[in-house]
Design a protein around this ligand. Structure first.
Ligand SMILES: [Zn+2]
Length: 102
């Protein structure tokens, strides 16, 4: 179980997107880590724009990752925008799997 830093709910880890902070020269950026392979301190968030917005509003990224300074959230935001939140397409997908000819 992990806590989403956006909505603060504790949910099974697989429902959350892991991300880490990567230092790139003088810049810090948040790097999505869907395979959970990147080293370092990670934090978890629902791949949901609403949770991302909440985390950003309460500056949860810096706190969760113990960052000093401001990290670039662009990559993470992009990843979340592209991700389909779990559950939203399940109904459609199961409809497609049903073959009416059988
Ligand atoms: Zn959440």
């Amino acid at each position: 179980m992990r806590t989403c830093i956006g909505c603060r709910s504790r949910v099974p880890t697989f429902q959350l997107l892991r991300f880490v902070a990567v230092r790139d020269g003088d810049d810090l950026r948040l790097q999505p880590d869907p395979d959970r392979r990147l080293p370092g301190r990670g934090a978890h968030l629902h791949p949901d724009p609403a949770c991302f917005a909440q985390a950003e509003r309460r500056r949860a990224f810096g706190r969760a990752l113990r960052l000093t300074g401001v990290a670039d959230t662009g990559l993470l935001a992009e990843h979340i925008r592209a991700a389909v939140p779990p559950g939203t397409t399940d109904d459609d997908a199961s409809e497609l799997r049903h073959d009416p000819a059988r």
